[in-house]
Write a protein that binds this ligand. Structure first.
Ligand code: ADP
Length: 299
């Protein structure tokens, strides 16, 4: 299966850099979340990968080739870009059949993708009357039509209801498990953290993180804030019990590797007075904010 490789990819609009010297590799067999606040450069990066825009510097390749050098692109790369209202008098089936014919894709595949995206019942209705969510499903059907090894989706969850969100998560998981390369953008961390195995985070067009999703959950995630007038004593007790202790204020510390229940038990047994015992559940969202904020301060 093919990876997507970005090398020093750069795109300028006027004076501002939408994509700034971006070098990353998107690997097959997993769902990669492409994260960043609105305006971070995600869509621009995806357009560059798909050859819809030209980079000012650097390269974007799929399986070692630029998109425009791929002979039958729909069969190698499927993409869903920004959702936009569809004003077509054609039905979903007609729309897909037309595309299939133009790319030499078997007709049977149209019915297959219609059922994959759950549009069977409305396949012969005018696309112009579709809701945003149905439009997204049709967009995913288009992306999957050529049975591509690489699937690129820009904010696919937009407009989907709760069933749709669950459906797309399961679909992407299945596609990744089949060994495909899945790149999925979102400005909401919570949204992709469930599905994505790996995260690429950008801000102001620059790479700020490229790591397994679990890694964004810092050690802090399972740590406990302990406030005690006998801080040094409790620190010793916790360290002896295997906790990793980090001193905070004069009367506070943060310990990881122990649950708050364990900390409470240990304190009682050692007769150390506690004033506060608070699990620190840094959510992925917090980690993301911290990441983007610290970068904001640095630049
Ligand atoms: P995202 O998808 O992460 O929300 P975009 O890639 O859409 O971000 O935008 C990145 C930056 O590039 C933004 O500042 C945006 O205003 C700018 N930009 C995007 N497309 C264009 C364009 N066609 N012309 C001028 N500026 C653009």
């Amino acid at each position: 299966m093919e990876s997507i490789e970005l090398h020093a990819l750069t795109k300028r609009y006027g004076k501002s850099l939408a994509v700034d010297d971006l070098t990353v590799s998107v690997q097959p067999g997993r769902v990669t979340g492409f994260l960043g606040p609105n305006g971070a450069g995600k869509s621009t990066t995806m357009r560059l990968i798909l050859g819809l825009d030209r980079p000012d510097a650097g390269t974007a390749t799929i399986g070692g080739r630029r998109y425009r050098d791929i002979a039958t692109p729909l069969r190698r790369v499927g993409a869903l870009l920004e959702a936009r209202a569809l004003h077509s008098g054609r039905s979903a089936r007609e729309h897909l059949s037309y595309l299939a014919a133009s790319q030499g894709i078997a007709r049977e595949r149209v019915d297959e993708v219609l059922s994959m995206v759950g549009l069977n019942d409305v396949a012969d209705k005018r696309v112009g009357g579709f809701s945003l969510g149905m439009g997204q499903r049709l967009g995913v059907a288009v992306a999957l039509l050529g049975d591509p090894g690489v699937v690129i989706l820009d904010e696919p969850v937009n407009g989907l209801d709760i069933d749709g969100v669950r459906w797309i998560r399961e679909l992407l998981r299945q596609l990744a498990d089949e060994g495909r390369t899945i790149l999925l953008s979102s400005h909401l961390l919570a949204e992709v953290s469930v599905t994505a195995d790996h995260l690429i985070v950008i801000q102001n067009g620059r790479l700020i993180a490229d790591c397994p999703t679990a890694q964004l959950l810092t050690d802090e995630a399972d740590s406990v804030l302990v406030v005690s007038p006998e801080r040094d004593r409790i620190a010793e007790v916790l360290a002896r019990a295997g906790g990793v202790v980090e001193m905070r204020d004069i009367d506070a510390l943060v310990v990881s590797g122990l649950t708050s229940a364990q900390v409470g038990d240990l304190a009682l047994r050692s007769k150390v007075l506690l004033h506060q015992l608070t699990p620190q559940r840094a959510s992925l969202e917090d980690a993301f904010l911290e990441l983007t904020e610290s970068l904001g301060r640095a630049s």
